[in-house]
Write a protein that binds this ligand. Structure first.
Ligand code: AMP
Length: 232
C-alpha cells in the first residue's frame, strides 16, 4: 500500500504526474479540485456552493474540503494506495489528514512563479472527459478538440490573470507552511517540474525508489542531418 501527497504551485503538473504514477502502480488519483469541478459542471448543490469561490481563486472552506476528502477516502477503492493532489492546502487540513492517515511520501513539484503564469494561461481542459492540455508543450492534434474524445477544449474558470494572482498568494501564504511541516517530518522529495513530463516522472520514481515505467518502443532512428535542427 502506497499513500502519497503531491504538492506544487498551480500549473506545476500535479494532475499529470499523479495520473502517470497512478496508472502504472494501480493507485487511485484523488484530486479535490476535480471533485469540485465535477460538482460545478453537473450543477449539484455542492457545485453551487463552491463555484464562486473557485472562480475567484480562493480556497473552499475547510469543513467542506475535509468532508469531501473523508467521503472519498471512505470509498476504499484504493487497495494499492492513492496519490492525493490539491490537499492538504493549509495547516488545519494537514493536521486533519495526519490524524487519520499515515503517508509514505510527499512529492513536491518545484516550479518558479515566472513559469507558472506561462503554463497556466496556456492550459486547456476537455469539457467532456477532463483531460488536460497545454497549448505550448502538449497541444491537441486538432486545434480546440480533445485527442481522446473529441470534446471541446476550454479554459478553466480560474485560469485567469486575476484568479491566478490570488491562487499564488494563497499557495505561498497557506500551503508553503504545510510543505515546511512535511519537510520537518522528512516526508518530502522535491523535484524540478520544468523538464518534460516523462523526465519529471522518472525523477519522482527514482527519488521514491519506485519501479520505472516500461520504456516506450524505440523511435525510428532520426536521419543524421536532423540533429540540432529543432523539431519536437
Ligand atoms: P486545483 O484543481 O487543485 O487547483 O483546485 C481548484 C480549486 O478548488 C482551488 O483553487 C480551490 O478553490 C478549490 N480547492 C481544491 N482543493 C482545495 C483544498 N484542499 N482546500 C480548499 N480549496 C480547495
Amino acid at each position: 500500500m502506497r499513500k502519497y501527497v503531491i504538492m506544487g504551485v498551480q500549473g506545476s503538473g500535479k494532475g499529470t504526474q499523479s495520473d502517470m504514477l497512478a496508472a502504472d502502480l494501480d493507485l487511485v488519483h484523488i484530486s479535490v479540485g476535480d471533485i469540485f469541478r465535477w460538482n460545478v459542471t453537473n450543477h449539484t448543490k455542492m457545485g453551487a456552493q463552491v463555484q464562486r469561490v473557485m472562480a475567484a481563486g480562493e480556497l473552499v472552506g475547510d469543513d467542506l474540503v475535509e468532508s469531501v476528502v473523508q467521503r472519498r477516502l471512505a470509498e476504499h477503492d484504493w487497495n494499492f494506495g492513492f496519490v492525493i493532489d490539491g490537499f492538504p492546502r493549509n495547516a488545519r487540513q494537514a493536521e486533519f489528514f495526519l490524524e487519520s492517515y499515515d503517508i509514505d511520501g510527499v512529492i513536491h513539484l518545484d516550479l518558479p512563479d515566472s513559469e507558472v503564469r506561462r503554463r497556466v494561461l496556456s492550459r486547456r481542459l476537455c469539457a467532456e472527459c477532463g483531460m488536460d492540455y497545454n497549448l505550448i508543450a502538449d497541444s491537441p492534434h486538432v486545434p480546440g478538440r480533445c485527442d481522446s474524445c473529441g470534446g471541446e477544449l476550454v479554459r478553466r474558470q480560474d485560469d485567469t490573470e486575476q484568479a491566478l494572482a490570488v491562487r499564488l498568494r494563497e499557495y505561498h501564504e497557506k500551503t508553503n507552511p504545510v510543505l515546511d511541516l512535511f519537510r520537518r517530518k522528512e516526508y518530502v522529495i522535491t523535484v524540478d517540474a520544468r523538464p518534460s513530463k516523462e523526465a519529471v516522472q522518472l525523477q519522482i520514481r527514482s527519488r521514491l525508489g519506485l519501479p520505472v515505467a516500461p520504456a516506450a518502443p524505440a523511435a525510428p532512428a532520426a536521419p543524421a542531418f536532423a540533429e540540432g535542427h529543432g523539431g519536437h
